[in-house]
Write a protein that binds this ligand. Structure first.
Ligand SMILES: *[C@@H]1O[C@H](CO)[C@@H](O)[C@H](O)[C@H]1NC(C)=O
Length: 270
């Protein structure tokens, strides 16, 4: 009897020291590393109850008290597949990478993904691994502390540095005193698309102030534009606040997926 009770006690003690444990103390070293200017790389994966595998990876920094992606966390999934050139189904397609930028780990061991606030689960037997459950998916991840946040090879652009070429072109129209200078200010890859951001500097080389300008264009397919308005005709015009004094410039911007540089021409000015 006494031996049985002793064994039972041992088993109970063993159970107490295993299983779910508090994640908060395990998070401290990663928060400390972020505060000390190090990089925390996070990588994880998960399975849904219907058999979809998903994997994710990203670099984290501390901002407003939570660890969050420096840029984004990329997710690759087994449900993103296509038949490749070798006639094999290729899952985890980097061309179909999705990303989450709203990903926060709080010191209290809550994790917020988009709008869902979840609790991290830690299990003694799993070491420094964190888990969470979101709808029917169970995810786990680990974090690793590095001196610098390098490029993560997980669906990112192969080019190690983002190209920021500055190309310039001038187009003249009527009056020939107006010139357009195009500058590439940024360029990045998201999924299969390469986006290019431009500044267009319109210069009035004439003697009169320009209060109204109608601009026609070629190859202009912006995903976003600012400081310039579209007329019902499709031509562009200065916003109501835009006038260009003699010798002055006016800048508008746009983002495009097209690799062809657009061309602008003055249609009329007053
Ligand atoms: C953890 O902290 C966050 C941010 O302050 C808060 O929104 C969340 O409700 C907290 N979670 C728990 C379980 O207290």
């Amino acid at each position: 009897m006494r031996i049985a009770a002793f064994l039972l006690l041992l088993a109970t003690v063993g159970m107490v020291s295993a299983g779910p444990i508090d994640c908060k103390p395990m998070l401290t070293q990663y928060f400390d590393a972020c505060h000390a200017g190090k990089c925390v790389m996070m990588a994880g994966g998960g399975l849904s109850s219907d058999g979809v595998h998903a994997n994710f990876k990203g670099n984290l920094k501390v901002q407003d008290g939570s660890m969050r992606p420096i840029d984004k966390v990329n997710i690759l999934s087994s449900s993103s597949y296509e038949c490749n050139a070798n006639n094999r189904y290729q899952p985890f397609l980097a061309d179909k990478v999705e990303s989450i930028s709203n990903f926060n780990i709080y010191p209290n061991a809550s994790i917020k993904i988009d709008d869902a606030m979840l609790s991290l689960i830690c299990v003694e037997e799993h070491g420094n691994q964190f888990s969470f459950k979101i709808s029917n998916l169970i995810f786990s991840f680990v974090m690793s502390i590095r001196d610098n946040c390098g490029q993560i090879n997980f669906g990112e652009n192969c080019q190690t540095t983002t190209p920021t070429p500055t190309t310039t072109s001038s187009t003249t129209g009527t009056p020939s005193t107006v010139t357009f200078e195009l500058k590439v200010t940024n360029s990045w890859v998201t999924g299969a698309d390469t986006f290019t951001q431009y500044d267009v500097i319109i210069k009035n080389n004439g003697a009169q102030t320009i209060n109204s300008l109608v601009i026609s264009h070629e190859n202009f397919v912006p995903t976003d534009k600012w400081n310039i308005e579209s007329l019902p005709s499709g031509d562009l015009t200065l916003p109501s606040y835009g006038s260009i004094g003699s010798g002055q410039t006016f800048t508008f911007g746009f983002i495009t997926k097209s690799s062809t540089q657009p061309k602008f021409t003055v249609k009329s000015s007053a």
